[in-house]
Design a protein around this ligand. Structure first.
Ligand SMILES: [Zn+2]
Length: 251
């Protein structure tokens, strides 16, 4: 039977849960921006951690709730992942990005994966733009021997990046999404327990893996960057530096 009172006591938890959903999209949006990524990870972890305590607080006086909660395996397994994530949050707050692992490569993509790549360690403290800038500077000095900046309709320069946290398997945003879905499955059971139809919380709105991990760059802008480097007064180009194609014209 639908119980308006119960449901209204569950609302604050659902609100925090939706807030966490919003932060997942912020993590996608700022995946290539080191500081903003860490700040949004911090608020996501805070929000998702609070959902169940808020739900329990709201429903604790309801008859049968404590028994319900105790007997639900989903609640226990979600708690396990959350404990891990809570530890990660302490880690992020106290040690900043020093322990976060970030790696990737700079190269060329044709829309799926990376075609030609230079493996680089992407500094967790730096934006992906910085890795691209470093590559362009190298090309300015040593020449674009591979034709990285030569016009090509079928491919695009890119930075591929990944973030990990020690103790957490796989990509950080994937782990956050998994935690959200686990909490979502308990919440939907609770909503049913309150007498409403059980909702389906899903993350089909998430970015594709290609969209998340790859930042695409415009060749014309990169060529301009290369020219700007070469135009700096103290710039020294390597003696044997040669470009595979003519980069002087921006067409
Ligand atoms: Zn969404």
């Amino acid at each position: 039977m639908k119980d308006e009172g119960r449901m209204s006591r569950l609302e604050p938890a659902i609100d925090r849960f939706q807030e966490a959903h919003f932060w997942i999209h912020s993590l996608e949006k700022y995946y290539h921006n080191a500081e903003a990524f860490r700040w949004h990870l911090n608020v996501f972890l805070k929000a998702i951690k609070e959902v169940m305590p808020i739900a329990r607080h709201g429903l604790q006086q309801e008859q049968g709730f404590k028994e319900w909660f105790k007997t639900h395996e989903s609640a226990r397994s979600a708690n396990k992942l959350l404990r891990k994530l809570a530890k990660s949050r302490d880690f992020i707050v106290h040690q900043g990005m020093l322990g976060m692992e970030s790696y990737g490569s700079v190269g060329i993509t044709e829309g799926r994966g990376i075609k030609l790549g230079f493996n680089v360690r992407i500094d967790p403290l730096e934006d992906s733009d910085f890795a691209m800038r470093n590559l362009i500077y190298g090309l300015a000095v040593h020449g674009d021997v591979f034709g990285f900046l030569a016009e090509d309709e079928d491919s695009m320069p890119c930075v591929e990046r990944h973030w990990r946290l020690p103790g957490i398997e796989g990509d950080i945003v994937d782990a956050c999404a998994k935690a959200w879905l686990q909490i979502g499955s308990i919440l939907s059971e609770l909503i049913e327990w309150c007498g409403l139809e059980r909702p389906d919380f899903n993350l089909s709105c998430r970015h594709s893996s290609q969209n998340l991990h790859f930042k695409i760059y415009d060749r014309r802008q990169l060529r301009r960057m290369l020219h700007d480097f070469r135009a700096e007064p103290d710039f020294e180009r390597a003696a044997d530096s040669e470009d595979a194609s003519d980069l002087s014209e921006d067409n």
